[in-house]
Design a protein. Structure first.
Length: 146
């Protein structure tokens, strides 16, 4: 009798774990190696371009345009992944033209050049945003197909 109760408790516990796992999977996409690699790669690209902002924006239009295109590609990838609303919202904040990276690039364009201290402080904020996006991705459940 004791073994039957113990077995029922184990089965009930496993059922709860399976339900929680299923519920978790239902609200967030699984890990994507592509998303993680692109996020970390774009972080490096973004910080490098931001470091050029002491020089005139007009001298770096090509680099900025390339960065924006690559960021938009990643955003579209994230936006079209099923159950990926959290990551998509994080990308939207990063790219918002009034905040973070989008805001930085707009300010650089408007002002022509930016001060070293401002650039360094903004790079810290942008790096942190990329790290949070990459961190979320790395904590997602890895499927057996990966």
């Amino acid at each position: 009798m004791k073994n039957i109760l113990h077995t029922k408790k184990i089965n009930a516990g496993l059922a709860v774990i399976m339900l929680l796992t299923f519920a978790h999977c239902a609200v967030i996409s699984p890990f994507s190696q592509h998303a993680y690699m692109q996020t970390t790669s774009l972080k490096v690209d973004a910080l490098n371009v931001m470091g050029m902002a002491e020089e005139p924006y007009s001298a770096h239009k090509t680099e900025v345009a390339t960065l924006k295109t690559n960021l938009q590609k990643q955003y579209e990838y994230e936006r079209n992944r099923p159950k990926n609303a959290i990551s998509t919202a994080m990308w939207e904040k990063l790219l918002d033209e009034k905040a973070l990276l989008g805001g930085f690039l707009n300010r650089w364009k408007e002002e022509g050049t930016l001060g070293k201290y401002y650039i360094e402080e903004e790079k810290k904020l942008v790096a942190e945003a990329f790290d949070k996006i990459a961190g979320l991705e790395s904590k997602k459940i890895k499927s057996s197909a990966q």
